[in-house]
Design a binder for this molecule. Structure first.
Ligand SMILES: *Cc1c(COP(=O)(O)O)cnc(C)c1O
Ligand SMILES: [Zn+2]
Length: 454
């Protein structure tokens, strides 16, 4: 099944970039210039179909390497440096960049030993202009909006998508419109959107109702939608894998592990790996693992039970960036997990919280959703699925400062889920209060352990 689908996709891709229906039994195509978010014939997701059969991998590697010393803004960007892999934006003057990407690949020995691995690397997408991997995709989505001549962009989101869209719209001189379900707000991220000047509209309806309404309005009043289904955002997010492999000297890890919410990121990762292989930049596929939070794990359940994905009606997790009950990109994600011999895992709130503190103690830090990566790796090592000596690269999706309340509550022993589960901080580090007394402070410092990782 996967092989046949892959073959059809390969045949469809052997033509200039265009939009193709992701449903292989439909195969409807649309020009890049058409404003369309899902297939008009069958309702499936669309993807940008590219052909890389004729590229020369050595020339590409040398070109990308050389661009690292260039001062041109499109070369400085860690997305557009690899623009041969994103051929939809043929005019560099349309590119909207802040610039994004160029994120570090860390060795994290403390996290490796916590997970039971000999070594572990983290690719940290929190080091982006708005501090999440959404920037890798948004630069491409807003660039496409500019190519289409749009003046307004919109999304329905309370989180990192709105923060990122607001920034790129501002950089492009467009108006950003953010729709939020009333009373469901993540303040850190909303603060970014307000500061970047987005028009923020709270609607008294749930996420799905608002999305349906915004879709109708978008066509009527000329707004380009940049929600997670947008196929150009997926194109931009491919750069996370491309840049990581370049940083590794094109050595393919055994595993790439990442958290999953709406499942756009795994869709982009899988597409990148397939295209890099088609371009002969890599020979082997790594295996992939997608990690979900237990209270919000419809894709995990689908992976275990098969059949159609059954949405979770009241998803719950403190990792708000992956609190998604009905992931829009699950068809793509299922295909990519299948092509990369991948798996899906789920982890508890306790496991996410402790893994996050461990990443912090490596001097790295991340937002809660990102820590599902390490919690998942640890679980998979313990189960024997990932070997202790495996070469593993985890993707950290967002920055530590996205959610400071969570951090303080964890370290001070006050972290609790809405359903009343109280997290026991295994690596808690609460602030200590002392009187203004030299001797007492000296005693305290004397007793405090000085040393490496616990
Ligand atoms: C959006 C987001 C995710 C989830 O990514 P999907 O593409 O929706 O699966 C995970 N972590 C962070 C920090 C995010 O912003
Ligand atoms: Zn279709």
């Amino acid at each position: 099944m996967v092989v046949a689908e892959a073959l059809i996709r390969w045949i469809l891709a052997a033509m200039p970039p265009h939009l193709a229906c992701f449903n292989p039994s439909c195969g409807q195509r649309y020009p890049l210039s058409e404003i369309v978010y899902s297939c008009g014939a069958c309702g499936s997701l669309l993807e940008v179909a590219n052909s890389f059969a004729d590229v020369d991998p050595e020339t590409l590697r040398a070109t990308w390497r050389m661009r690292r010393s260039s001062l041109e803004k499109v070369d400085v960007s860690g997305v557009w440096r690899y623009r041969e892999m994103l051929p939809f934006a043929s005019d560099p003057d349309c590119i909207v960049t802040l610039p994004e990407g160029n994120t570090p690949l860390f060795d994290a020995p403390g996290a490796a030993s916590y997970a039971g691995l000999e070594s572990l690397q983290f690719k940290h997408q929190g080091y982006n202009p708005t501090a999440s991997f959404k920037d890798n995709g948004m630069t491409a989505g807003v660039t496409q909006a500019k190519i289409l001549g749009m003046r307004r962009v919109a999304c329905v989101s309370t989180g990192n998508t709105s923060a990122s869209m607001a920034a790129y719209a501002a950089a492009a001189g467009m108006q950003a419109v953010i729709f939020l379900p009333a009373g469901n707000i993540a303040y850190g991220k909303l603060a970014q959107a307000l500061e970047y000047g987005a028009l923020t509209i709270q609607v008294e309806a749930n996420f799905d109702q608002i999305l349906a309404l915004v879709r109708e309005l978008a066509a009527e009043i000329g707004i380009y939608l940049l929600n997670s289904v947008n196929p150009f955002r997926i194109e931009g997010q491919k750069s996370i894998a491309i840049e990581m492999l370049e940083q590794r000297g094109w050595s393919v890890p055994d595993w790439i592990v990442l958290p999953g919410g709406n499942l756009g990121n795994i869709s982009a990762l899988g597409k990148a790996l397939r295209e890099l292989r088609e371009a002969r930049l890599i020979e082997d596929m790594p295996r992939v693992a997608v990690v979900q939070a237990e209270g919000s794990a419809p894709f995990f359940r689908h992976f275990v039970e098969g059949g159609n994905l059954r949405p979770v009606s009241a998803p719950e997790t403190l990792a708000t960036a992956i609190r998604i009950g009905d992931p829009v990109s699950w068809h793509k994600a299922a295909f990519e997990v299948g092509s990369a011999d991948g798996i899906v895992e789920s982890v508890s709130e306790q496991q996410i919280a402790d893994a996050k503190a461990v990443i912090g103690r490596c001097g790295i830090g991340c937002e809660p959703a990102s820590a599902a990566t390490l919690a998942g790796i640890r679980k998979l090592v313990r189960a024997g699925t990932i070997r202790e000596s495996a070469d593993v690269a985890g993707i950290l999706t967002g920055h530590l400062l996205k959610d400071p309340d969570y951090v303080y509550h964890y370290h001070s022993g006050q972290l609790e889920t809405p359903s009343g589960y109280h997290v026991q901080p295994q690596f808690g580090n609460p602030p200590v209060t002392v009187p203004n007394d030299r001797t007492r402070i000296a005693e305290l410092l004397d007793r405090a352990a000085v040393g490496p990782f616990p």
